[in-house]
Write a protein that binds this ligand. Structure first.
Ligand code: NAP
Length: 297
């Protein structure tokens, strides 16, 4: 049986939909009750910060999808140290998995460049990945940068900035490089890898074939939307001010916006891999991804 975490989130929600089309039984770990009429979906109440609830949730499970981050929606007061919470959460999860003999953890995280000093967010993502890889449990890890899809935090920030600001201020991260990917392709990798034994104990960077600077990404997006935008380069990073401003424009938690903007200094470019041979497809281009999003609303 599969245990899906983050089922109410951007990635987990879509993985749930794709798995239920495959007619497999999925148990979802949720913090609040959810109703489903689908006999292949069940829900178990739990919290990754509560070890005992994870022991109950992982009973009879062979594969865990781990799609949790703690940058938003935690109780007030402990929110700022999301990195400590993320460490505790994954430590609880691997311990519970070992207790119940779970065979594999499938995880999605952020791309990172080897030699760079990482932002708090990306350093925390790296740590979670390392805990999974050192757990003694089989794993498959995918790493992505900006995922192009409605409801994705990074995409919603990009969308709000480009649609709502006729003059877009760009700061000292404007030339950082990024390799985006369409949400549908991310979900295909996550769902199809379950039947591909060659992906066990492997990590893959995933992205479309094009690399952009963040400035180019916004320019391309504005062009696709048919919007004329002026870009204004401003020295410095202005992270707090930008997150307050974007928090009013984008449907994203302001804490999440802050940590994502801080991460704009880190390049997110894929290392080469053999995914095309294993999965038999290549991710859509950025332009095709945007067209899909615009078509489907
Ligand atoms: N979105 C992107 O562009 C992107 C890019 C690269 C990598 N990723 C990775 O993808 C993974 C999932 O991200 P996402 O975008 O899907 O995030 P998301 O939409 O914010 O969803 C986070 C999920 O975690 C759950 N959660 C949070 N705290 C929890 C707790 N204490 N116990 C149980 N569940 C808890 C939330 O449940 P509630 O409903 O209870 O809050 C929610 O379902 C992360 O590892 C992230 O690093 C995302």
């Amino acid at each position: 049986m599969i245990l899906l975490t983050g089922a109410t989130g951007f990635i987990g929600g879509r993985v749930l939909r794709a798995l239920s089309e495959k007619n497999v039984h999925v148990k979802c770990l949720v913090r609040r009750p959810v109703h489903s009429d689908n006999p292949n979906i069940s829900y178990v109440i739990g919290d990754v910060l509560d070890y005992d609830s994870l022991v109950r949730a992982t009973e009879g499970v062979d594969t865990v999808y781990y799609f949790i981050h703690m940058m938003g929606s935690q109780p007030r007061g402990i929110q700022k140290r999301f990195d400590i919470l993320d460490r505790l959460a994954i430590t609880n999860m691997v311990k519970a998995c070992r207790t119940n003999g779970v065979g594999r953890i499938i995880h999605l995280t952020g791309i990172r460049a080897q030699q760079e000093k990482l932002s708090t967010h990306l350093e925390s993502r790296r740590e979670v990945e390392e805990i999974i890889k050192n757990s003694g449990i089989d794993y498959t890890v995918f790493r992505a940068s900006v995922i192009i899809g409605r409801g994705g935090a990074a995409f919603e920030i990009l969308d709000a900035a480009v649609r709502k600001l006729p003059i877009i201020p760009v700061f000292n991260w404007e030339n950082t490089k990024v390799q985006p990917i369409y949400i549908g392709d991310v979900i295909r990798y996550l769902v199809e890898c379950i039947d591909k034994k060659e992906t066990i104990n492997k990590c893959y960077d995933i992205g479309c074939s094009q690399v952009f600077t963040y400035r180019e990404l916004m320019q391309q997006y504005a062009k696709e939307l048919g919007l004329k935008r002026v870009f204004l380069s401003i020295p410095g990073s202005w992270t707090r001010l930008s997150s307050v401003m974007l928090g009013k424009l984008a449907p994203v938690d302001q804490n999440v916006i802050y940590w994502l903007i801080e991460s704009l200094h880190n390049n997110m470019v894929c290392e080469p891999n053999d995914l095309k041979i294993i999965f038999g497809f290549e991710p859509l281009s950025f332009r095709e991804s945007i067209r899909k999003i615009v078509e489907t609303g």
